[in-house]
Design a protein around this ligand. Sequence first.
Ligand code: DP6
Length: 360
Amino acid sequence: MTEHDFSPKPYTNSIEKGKVTWESPSNIALVKYWGKKKDQIPENPSISFTLNECKTITTLTFTKKESNKDFSFEVYLDGNKKDDFKPKIQTFFERIESYLPFLRDYHFKIETKNTFPHSSGIASSASGMSALALCLMSIEKQLISGMSEEFFNQKASFLARLGSGSACRSIEGDLIVWGKTDSIEGSTDLFGVKYPYKIHQNFKNYQDTILLVDKGEKQVSSTVGHNLMHNHPFAQNRFQQAHNNLEKLKPIFESGDLNAFVKLVESEALTLHAMMMTSMPYFILMKPNTLEIINKIWRFRQDSGLHICFTLDAGANVHILYPENEATQILEFIKRELVVYCQNGHYICDQIGFGAKKID
Ligand code: DP6
């Protein structure tokens, strides 16, 4: 497929107004996307678990307008007008306009809310952009007869990617690959696809407890961070490593080798942060408590023999990943020893989910 497959033929149906709601989850990458080319094409492939509890719920109300000169929209978060969200959505609309020619024909009211606390330091761009892309696809579906579910999901992921790269991995679950890589058939830079091979029972219902170490605004946005991979001295090796790690994950997922999984996932998280520390300008997003947590996890893993591991996004919060059948002991350990490192004792218990849902 190419991007041209997402430019629609002239619409056959016409609608005056309507309303559509989607809820879409966040996701947590195991192999990280860090570095991109023009048009949100990733420099390397990535893979993520789709989450279940951390999601954005977006209602899009649309009304046909007189002139189709400009985009017209208003945005609300938790019922309050959010004009500071507008530039990001304006840019998103500009990027996707040629794939959704109806965008200038309607006025849109975008009402959105998150299930996770606002400014928890959890990125809402993946869930937020995917929810909006899905709402827009629901409109297009009414304008064209006979759109297949497969195409709907592919195009929703394709559009979400143009809003925020990692958002393309939030449409479906439970394990999503984005970025062309030889070891994964059907993988593409254009949109996220379901991981197509066998997944051992050990990875079903995998748990993710998110420790909120620092809820403040990120000191460096992901977009700036991605750009620092241009001319980064270790970039080419890093990109190759991501391909290799995806290939290594295949036998791990098939055999259920949790020890190998733990090593690969933690190495990916630390490599992501190593890229930030070795870029120019350089920066550190981990906080002292992030390191305290990592050290405690390592000690507990050694003492207990349980398969607890961590991963990190571009921030200080820690995602603790573990298999469902070890959940009782691990959660006890988290509450006993790790919650003290969270800001105001806040953490979120999540697990693998199966993707976005339309709400009627
Ligand atoms: C560290 O998807 O937020 O979470 O495409 O610029 O919106 P943009 O970046 P974004 O980057 C996410 C980076 C990451 C790793 C990952 O999720 O793969």
